[in-house]
Ligand binder design. Structure first.
Ligand code: SF4
Length: 311
C-alpha cells in the first residue's frame, strides 16, 4: 500500500477481520482517557468538535486507495482518538455508503447525546460502541472522562441512538481485573446493556499494552463465566486469527504505519500483510536495529511498538 496520511492498514482486527482504518484525529485526541487504552494516555482530552483534519483530503485519499488497492473486509473510522469529535465524520460515512464495503464506526458513545452526531453515526453499517462502567464514579475510574461528561446523559444518548439507528450496534464491555470485574458490578453493566439492546455483546480484556500498568487482564475462564451474566450471553473476543490474508506488497513503511496506530505481535503483522512470520521477523529485526521500533513484553507475547516504554 502506498503511503497515506489518513488511511492505515488494512490491519488485523479481532472483531472485523481485515479492516482499512481511517484516522480523523491527531494522536491522541479523545474525550476519555481510558486506563486500558492501547493508544496510551490521552494527550488532548477535549469535548470540542471540529474538523481536526480536512475532510476533502481524507476523501481524496480514499478515492486513491480504491483505485490502487481496494481490498479489505471493512472500512473503519477509528485511529488516534474518538472519531465523532470530527464534525465531518458523517461526510466520510456518507461517501462509504456509495461504495460496496461495509463501514464501521468505533466510538466511545459519549457524543451520541448530540442529535447531529446521532444522525451522522446513522450512516454507518455497524456502530461499535463501548460501555465499561455503570455509574459516574465507575466511569471516572475506568474511563477518566472530560469533566463535562455525565454518565446518565451518555446512557440517554445511547438509548436515543438505538431507537433511531437501523444498522447493527455492537457493544463492547472492557473488563479489568479487580476494577470493574466483580460479578455484582458486571451485573449492573449487563442491566444497562440490556436496555440498549445491541445486536452483539462482546467482552474484551487487556491483551495489548494498556495506558496504565494497573489495568490488568482477566483469565479466559473468568471472562467466560462473566459472559453468562449478559442476556443474551456475551461473546468473549478471541485473538485475531486471519484466514484470508491478502497479497500486499509489504514495506517497512507499511509496518511502521501500522505500529504507529497500535502495538502488534509479529503474527498480527504477518496476518495483515499475508506474509510468513519469518519474513516479518526480517523487517522487524531491521526496524529494531535502527531503533525505529521497540518491544513490549506482555505475558508470553511480544508486541512491537514505535514508542520506547523503557525510558
Ligand atoms: S479506549 Fe477509545 S475512548 Fe478510551 S481513551 Fe482510548 S481512544 Fe479514547
Amino acid at each position: 500500500m502506498k503511503k497515506y496520511k489518513y488511511l492505515f492498514g488494512p490491519v488485523p482486527s479481532r472483531r472485523f477481520g481485515r479492516s482499512l482504518g481511517i484516522d480523523l484525529l491527531p494522536h491522541k485526541t479523545c474525550c476519555l482517557d481510558c486506563i486500558f487504552c492501547q493508544l496510551g494516555r490521552t494527550e488532548f482530552k477535549t469535548i470540542i468538535r471540529k474538523e481536526y483534519v480536512p475532510v476533502d483530503a481524507v476523501l481524496d485519499e480514499l478515492k486513491a486507495w480504491l483505485k490502487a488497492d481496494g481490498e479489505t473486509d471493512y472500512i473503519t473510522l477509528s485511529g488516534s482518538g474518538e472519531p465523532t469529535l470530527h464534525t465531518k465524520f458523517g461526510d466520510v460515512l456518507g461517501f462509504l455508503q456509495t461504495i460496496s464495503k461495509p463501514s464501521v464506526l468505533l466510538t466511545n458513545g459519549t457524543m451520541l447525546t448530540i442529535p447531529e452526531v446521532r444522525d451522522a453515526a446513522s450512516r454507518a453499517d455497524i456502530v461499535k460502541v463501548s460501555l465499561s462502567a455503570w455509574d459516574q464514579h465507575s466511569f471516572q475510574v475506568v474511563n477518566r472522562p472530560h469533566d463535562q461528561l455525565n454518565f446518565e446523559k451518555i446512557m440517554e444518548g445511547l438509548l436515543d441512538f438505538r431507537s433511531q439507528f437501523k444498522g447493527e450496534i455492537w457493544l463492547e464491555v472492557f473488563l479489568l481485573y479487580g476494577i470493574n470485574s466483580m460479578p455484582k458490578d458486571v451485573e449492573k453493566i449487563a442491566a444497562l446493556v440490556k436496555k440498549i439492546q445491541p445486536d452483539r455483546i462482546q467482552l474484551n480484556t487487556v491483551t495489548r499494552p494498556p495506558a496504565e500498568d494497573f489495568a490488568g487482564a482477566l483469565l479466559k475462564n473468568q471472562m467466560t463465566e462473566l459472559a453468562d451474566l449478559f442476556q443474551p450471553t456475551a461473546e468473549v473476543i478471541n485473538e485475531y486469527n486471519s484466514t484470508h490474508a491478502g497479497h500486499q506488497q509489504v514495506k517497512e513503511d507499511n509496518i511502521l504505519d501500522m505500529l504507529k496506530r497500535r502495538p502488534c505481535t509479529s503474527e498480527q503483522i504477518a496476518a495483515a500483510f499475508g506474509l510468513h512470520t519469518h519474513e516479518v521477523a526480517k523487517y522487524l529485526g531491521k526496524l529494531l536495529h535502527e531503533k525505529l521500533i521497540f518491544t513490549v513484553h506482555r505475558k508470553t507475547e511480544i508486541y512491537y511498538t514505535v514508542r520506547d516504554t523503557n525510558k
